[in-house]
Write a protein that binds this ligand. Structure first.
Ligand code: RUU
Ligand code: CO
Length: 253
């Protein structure tokens, strides 16, 4: 099992993804590119097959242009709920067969504008079980509506090897999104995943707009936000993935 990507493979992947994002009109600048721009969620033997093998595996690219807590000018007493708000704007790029792993966010609601290619979204209509993230107690959630039913994922769709089980909660509901389609809003606590179809001939380029992204790599700007430093809002359904987000093993040659 290969647990690294070579520097050449990584840099090529990011350069191709950046070209696709920019051609679709998303403004990527150098400050949005580093060794965490590509997200690799699993050991994978096929990096040497390039970006067009169509093989199902979990990796994709995020170019993030805005991650704004949006607390400036807010009454101090509102800060307690502000971690559920904020603004984030990013572009995600997936080549054929590439998946975003099944996950949910306790705080973040997100929606997608497909800028290029086809995005297959898998989602659950039920909120993730369990209560508040920090203490495990059950909270009383605002619960006004369910997501509409989607189409079941065809049984023969190849899923990332060794990760098939984690897709069970989202495989009953899928929606296929293309440029110009209505926005698909995924409320917080909704398990979701997405992929670029294995037979696609263009990558999937997605503009994602959401609440603030509490990721382990995001740093607080001032004392107020240091209260958020410990928050990691991406909960992955396959055990052990969250840590992998922080550690791309890039082998220098
Ligand atoms: C997409 O669903 C996403 O939430 C990105 O914004 C990353 O945070 C991980 O998955
Ligand atoms: Co998400």
């Amino acid at each position: 099992m290969v647990d690294y990507i070579t520097r050449k493979q990584y840099d090529e992947w990011i350069a191709h993804s950046r070209a696709a994002a920019q051609l679709c009109g998303y403004p990527v600048d150098d400050s949005m590119v580093d060794d965490n721009t590509g997200l690799i969620f699993a050991d994978y033997d096929g990096f040497d097959k390039g970006l067009w093998s169509g093989e199902a595996h979990e990796r994709f690219v995020i170019f993030q242009s805005v991650n704004e807590p949006a607390v400036e000018g807010m009454p101090k007493k509102a800060f307690v709920g502000a971690e559920y708000g904020g603004l984030c704007d990013k572009c995600m790029v997936l080549y054929p067969g590439q998946f975003c792993s099944v996950h949910y966010h306790v705080r973040k609601t997100e929606y997608y504008i497909v800028m290029g290619g086809t995005m297959v979204v898998l989602y659950s209509r039920d909120r993730a079980p369990g209560g508040e993230y920090e203490d495990g107690t059950n909270a009383d959630l605002i619960d006004t509506h369910r997501l509409p039913a989607g189409t079941p994922l065809p049984a023969d769709t190849p899923l990332p090897k060794g990760r098939e089980k984690s897709y069970d909660v989202v495989r009953d509901n899928t929606v296929v999104l293309k440029p110009g389609d209505p926005r698909f809003v995924l409320p917080r606590k909704t398990p979701h995943a997405f992929f670029c179809p294995p037979d696609a001939n263009v990558p999937t380029v997605i503009h994602e707009i959401s609440c603030y992204s509490h990721e382990p790599t995001a740093s607080g700007k001032n004392a107020l936000l240091s209260d958020w430093q410990h928050i990691h809002d991406n909960v992955f359904l396959h055990p052990g993935i969250a840590e992998a987000r922080l550690e791309n093993n890039i082998k220098e040659e």
